[in-house]
Design a binder for this molecule. Structure first.
Ligand SMILES: [Zn+2]
Length: 314
């Protein structure tokens, strides 16, 4: 089956994926093709407002409009990490962006002069995986995204479950109560061990030599570097523990893993499957599979939400 790399035909829209590291912007045309893609390093401002980021969003939108004059977007979908109420379009807290209680949907809609949606990044990516193929046929699904941070989206009985934005913060489930301090204020969160950011950071702290990224740490581990092996093993153990807890509590049929770390492929999935299989007993054993939409899943999900908004208001 060919992997879906674009959306079905529909209204042209902008999509913005605002991360702690960079902002990705896309323009999707009426055939569903992602015609323009831009990336900029995120300006995380100290003032706690979204002003700097919205300025970047405006610049990116202007650049896309200039380069693709034949495509006229009718709505915009934005996504970001954090505690986000999709229905209200508000971020309660986004640690990596230094945002607290910011009405991003309203501000972005006003800045771009378009109807806007604002959603959680992993939930949007999960919704894209759920709607466009990877999870088709399953009702109970967890989509985990492992990048700079770590979070998940939940589909229970075929419907997304977000609990007003508080569900799915898998990165801040505690796996070691006396573990490392987390940016969220707690200690021993999964994100401090198993996010791509944590893997790179822990290796850098232990060796005094910051690696190029989590994939570099994996390469060192495979080459026999004992510190890299320990850091990678800690990440796998923590992830497996969390997956077993998900299996016991929610019993998903499928757990999809996407984000930068999932590109490690079998080096991630094989040891995870072994650990999970060894630890579960009577539980429903979840199928552990890579997410298929790749790094643009979030953008596609943001675009789907922008299109859904146009349909709602039509
Ligand atoms: Zn935390």
């Amino acid at each position: 089956m060919p992997l879906p790399s674009s959306l079905p035909p529909g209204a042209p829209v902008f999509a913005f994926d605002i991360g702690g590291t960079d902002i990705k912007a896309a323009l999707i045309d009426d055939t569903g093709r992602l015609v323009g893609l831009r990336r900029k390093s995120t300006i995380v401002s100290n003032d706690g407002t979204a002003d700097a980021v919205l300025g970047q969003v405006q610049q990116l939108a202007a650049s896309l409009t200039r380069d693709f004059p034949g495509v006229t977007p009718q709505a915009v979908g934005l996504i970001a990490p954090g505690i986000i109420d999709d229905a209200e379009g508000i971020v309660h807290r986004a640690v990596n962006l230094n945002w607290t209680e910011v009405a991003v949907r309203q501000l972005a809609g006003a800045a771009l002069g378009l109807p806007a949606t604002f959603s959680h990044d992993a939930r949007a990516a999960g919704a894209a995986e759920f709607e466009l193929g990877a999870a088709r046929g399953y009702d109970d699904v967890v989509v985990i995204v492992i990048g700079t941070g770590l979070s998940c989206s939940l589909f229970l009985g075929g419907r997304p479950h977000s609990a007003g934005g508080f569900a799915g913060e898998l990165g801040h489930s505690i796996v070691d109560p006396v573990g490392l301090p987390c940016a969220c204020g707690a200690s021993g969160c999964l994100e401090t061990l198993a996010s791509a950011g944590a893997i790179a950071r822990r290796y850098g702290l232990a060796t005094g030599t910051p690696p190029a990224g989590a994939r570099a740490v994996l390469a060192f581990a495979e080459a026999g570097d004992p510190i890299a092996r320990r850091v990678w093993k800690d990440a796998l153990d923590a992830l497996a523990l969390t997956i077993c807890q998900l299996a016991a509590v929610l019993a998903p049929e499928t757990i999809m893993i996407g984000g930068g770390l999932a590109q490690a492929g079998p080096a991630l999935f094989e040891p995870l499957r072994q650990r999970v299989a060894a630890r579960l007993s009577f539980h429903r054993h979840p199928l552990l599979v890579p997410a298929v939409l790749g790094e643009n899943a979030g953008l596609l999900g943001a675009a789907l939400k922008a299109r859904a908004l146009l349909k709602e208001t039509a």
